[in-house]
Every structure is written in C-alpha cells, then in structure tokens.
Design a protein around this ligand. Structure first.
Ligand SMILES: Cc1cc2nc3c(=O)[nH]c(=O)nc-3n(C[C@H](O)[C@H](O)[C@H](O)COP(=O)(O)O)c2cc1C
Length: 257
C-alpha cells in the first residue's frame, strides 16, 4: 500500500475535467462523465485536489485539516521588487530572542516551497542551545584549513576566523537539509522573505554550509541523515544595523533570443 493515494469521490465529481487538464502525469481521465485515476506514476503534487471545484479529489495520508481555501491577495509588483532590492545580508544582531511563532512561520515557508518532482526532501535543523557549540566545531575546522586556503585564495587572507565567524552572535540559525541542493536553496530564499516580513535580518552562511558538508563531526552534531546534505544555512536575528538605500550592482546582463 502506497503512503499516499489520489482518491476521487464520484458522488462529488461533476465531470468538469479540470483535474484531467491539470494533471502533469496524465494520471486522470474521464469515464462516464466521472474522473478516475489511472494509477500511473503520480507526483502527488496535489494540483488535482487544488483545482477541483467540488472538492471531489483528495490525497490520502496527509492531514486534510491543513488545506486552506485560496484568499485573493494582491502583491504589488514594485513592492515585491523593492523587497528584493532593499534586502541586505545582516551580520549585526540585537540580543533579542525570536518568538517561537515567528520561527514556526519561517519553517512553514520552507515546508511549503516547491520541490523538483515534488520530492519534498527538505528538512530543517534549528540551532538554538547547541548553536555556539556547533559553531565552534566549524571554527576549529576553518582554522585548521586556513593556512592552505590562504595560499590559494586572496580573499581568505583577509579573513580572521574568530569565534563568531559563522553566526555573528545571532540568536537562531537554521540549517536546511535536502537531497537535491536546488530544493533546499529555494526553501532558503522563501524563508528569508518571511523572516524579513517579521522584521528579522538574515545571512546566508555559505561558509557554515561548507563546513557542515565537510566535517564528519558537524554532520553528526546536526544529525544529517544519509543521502542528505546541508543546502544552506540561515543566520537569523533582529538587525542591529539599518541600511538606508539600495546598493549599486553590475548592469543587467541579459539576452533576448
Ligand atoms: C549562497 C550565499 C552564501 C553566502 N555565504 C556567506 C558567508 O558564509 N558569510 C558571509 O558573511 N556572507 C555570506 N553571504 C553574503 C554575501 O557575501 C552577500 O550576499 C553579498 O556580499 C551581497 O551583499 P548583500 O547580501 O548585502 O546584498 C552569502 C551569500 C550567498 C547568496
């Protein structure tokens, strides 16, 4: 028995065919004006459930209570673009804790982010009490490799690896784990937006992510399961710096073919 199955309630199905049109896997057809699944490869993406006007299609094995009816929201394009233009990496944080509800909302943004083939392979490790201890494992690792990095990287020579090199005294760090790296990084970006909407500042820590994927000790401390990797690390806290304007960037590099 599969973990999830697409179920169609014929008493609710009006035969409108919207699920048939929407199904990317061609897994639904109409028979005698009723939808029926062909039990072929199904991504369990749920588009058939979301498009059905009569709520005739469901997927078993999920919490049905969490389905929400769509609310028409109108995001203004310029405001969305401004969110992207004004966001900055934050490396100075206030000594202020983040409420659990806010952390939970950020995690929900990650959970709801789309994944390739609907893999849903993304999970999260929130570093709270163990944060400093785990940061020190990464500090030790980077200190060990710094002399070699200094030879090859002029940028590495500019860095001093102090004891807050990775997390900048932020109150919370979320390590995003995934099988497919792109899936984890997409989740990270959406999480950042929800964090910013809550007044938080965020830093993507590529360095800690690298340390987590290199060191067996850090992997063990983070309890990274087999087959998964750290895709990105979000360093989160209330910003103790206020940026007043956008920064300059290279001109748009684009070709229309
Ligand atoms: C994938 C990724 C990894 C990054 N890793 C680090 C990091 O480990 N440490 C750090 O201080 N900044 C890190 N940054 C921040 C970049 O240095 C920063 O985004 C860039 O300098 C532009 O500044 P801005 O984010 O304020 O626009 C990272 C950014 C990205 C997108």
């Amino acid at each position: 028995m599969k973990k999830h199955q697409v179920l169609i309630d014929p008493s609710k199905c009006t035969g409108c065919g919207l699920c048939v049109k929407t199904c990317v896997a061609h897994n639904i057809e109409l028979e005698n004006k009723k939808a029926k699944t062909l039990l072929k490869n199904c991504l369990m993406c749920g588009q058939c459930t979301a498009v059905c006007p009569g709520k005739a299609v469901t997927i078993s094995g999920y919490d049905a209570e969490e389905i929400k009816e769509k609310i028409e929201t109108s995001l203004k394009p310029q405001e969305v673009l401004d969110v992207i233009r004004f966001r900055r990496s934050i490396r100075q944080f206030k000594e202020k804790n983040i409420p659990y509800e806010v952390i939970n909302q950020i995690l929900e943004a990650g959970r709801y982010t789309h994944t390739a083939k609907n893999m849903q392979d993304v999970s999260f490790v929130v570093l709270d009490k163990e944060k400093d201890k785990i940061e020190q494992l990464a500090v030790r690792l980077f200190k060990k490799y710094k002399p070699f990095a200094d030879i090859f990287s002029p940028m590495a020579r500019h860095y001093t690896i102090d004891s807050h090199f990775f997390f900048f005294k932020a109150p919370i760090v979320i390590v995003i784990l995934s099988k497919n790296k792109t899936n984890g990084i997409l989740a990270a970006q959406n999480m950042e937006y929800v964090a910013e909407a809550n007044g938080l500042g965020v830093l993507f820590s590529g360095y800690f992510t690298m340390a987590a994927n290199t060191s067996f000790k850090i992997k063990k401390a983070l309890k990274i399961p087999k087959g998964k990797h750290a895709a990105m690390t979000l360093v989160l806290g209330y910003p103790d710096v206020r940026f007043l304007r956008t920064v300059q960037r290279e001109p748009l590099d684009v070709k229309f073919l």
